[in-house]
Design a protein around this ligand. Structure first.
Ligand code: NAD
Ligand code: ZN
Length: 347
């Protein structure tokens, strides 16, 4: 079968021919119908040799949707032909966090060598992929696979982030979304679907701000030196109750710090390398909570899929063939993808 692999540190992603995998005991083989490309993949491909954490070659893709093609011995709960989305942050399945469905915070996974598909284990940018357990499959219940693929990370991650801040997103509150790409354009919609907050979207690109307006942002602002003052002005001097930073370079975190309200939340989702100082004298208003959440829980993926089935969130996608995946990554790197790039391995 064909797969898109990252083969050498610093090299480009390549389309290669590899053996079609077979599901081991308890595992499930999926025929991949759609796979999303995440900015995190670009981050992975920028890491230097000294710190590169995964074995190579690595089939990329941590946003996968597929049709069950075969079950390994002892695997139950799904049937050949079922259409499913892959829950990516695989945990050990036995600890307290995993029991609660928050496998994204399993403290044992890394130590046990359990790595997410596309981020250590062979990923979804392939004609077929193996999923380690039926537990990690969420039924699509009729949702279009192309729509569904971005939900597994670009939807799930902001859903998890927004849910944490729901008590602060009361009528009259403001939420700021910095970076309206794959995650951000879904974050805007999730805020609109789940809260009465006024949504202010920031980006460096006019096209992305147009996308933000079209998916429900009340206000859009260019992400520059004047952005924090503009947010303070829009909020009568209070600042925003919640700021979600999907970029997280020093410049955007400075905007977040300067525009969040007292007792608000700054949620750092982007892995742009910036950090925030928490503590008196650190620059944040009193009472602000800062956090850096990772992906989301299993039940949250079920919930995001349900929101999409109800039409309350819609993934904006540009589709590519498997052969075009390297080009799609180039376009993502250049900031030229509106919404999410989704690869269709079987056309
Ligand atoms: P993307 O490339 O689709 O979108 C990024 C957006 O940010 C683009 O619209 C771009 O124009 C905009 N942008 C760039 N610089 C900006 C600036 N200075 N101010 C405002 N906007 C700016 O990326 P994505 O796939 O949506 O991922 C977003 C970030 O989230 C990445 O850093 C990614 O690695 C990270 N991520 C984190 C998690 C997690 O679990 N925490 C999960 C998935 C992705
Ligand atoms: Zn991702």
């Amino acid at each position: 079968m064909k797969a898109v692999q990252y083969r050498t540190v610093g090299g480009p992603p390549e389309v290669v021919e590899v053996p079609t995998p077979e599901p081991g005991p308890g595992q499930v083989l999926l025929k991949v119908t759609a796979a999303g490309l995440c900015h995190s993949d670009l981050a992975v491909m920028s890491w230097p040799e000294e710190v590169f954490p995964y074995p190579l070659p690595l089939a990329l893709g941590h946003e996968g949707v597929g049709t069950v093609a075969a079950l390994g011995s002892g695997a139950t709960g799904v049937a050949v032909g079922d259409e499913v989305a892959v829950y990516g942050p695989w945990g050990c399945g036995r600890c307290r966090k995993c029991a609660a469905g928050t496998e994204n915070y399993c403290p044992h996974a890394a130590g046990l060598g359990i790595l997410p598909p596309g981020l250590g284990s062979p990923g979804a940018l392939a004609e077929y992929m193996v999923v380690d357990s039926p537990r990690h499959l969420v039924p699509l219940n009729g949702l279009d696979p192309v729509q569904a693929a971005p939900l597994t990370d670009a939807g799930l991650t902001p859903y998890h982030a927004v849910k944490k801040s729901l008590p602060k997103l009361v009528p009259g509150s403001t939420a700021v979304v910095i970076g309206v790409g794959g995650l951000g354009h879904l974050a805007v919609q999730l805020l609109r679907a789940l809260t009465p907050a006024r949504v202010v979207a920031l980006d460096v690109s006019k096209e992305k701000l147009e996308l933000a307006s079209s998916v429900g942002a009340h206000e859009t602002l260019l992400s520059d030196d004047g952005a924090a003052d503009a947010i303070r002005e829009l909020t009568g001097g209070n600042g925003a109750e919640v700021v979600l930073d999907f970029v997280a370079v020093p410049a955007t975190l400075a905007v977040a710090s300067a525009s969040v309200a007292s007792d608000g939340d700054v949620t750092v989702v982007g892995i742009g390398g910036g950090t925030l100082a928490v503590g008196f004298g650190g620059g944040l208003p009193f009472g602000v909570s800062a956090s850096a959440p990772y992906w989301g829980s299993r039940v949250e993926l079920v919930e995001v899929v349900e929101l999409a089935r109800q039409g309350l969130v819609v993934s904006h996608v540009e589709t590519f063939s498997l052969d075009e995946a390297p080009l799609a990554y180039e376009r993502l790197h250049a900031g030229e993808i509106g919404g999410r790039a989704v690869v269709l391995p079987h056309g």
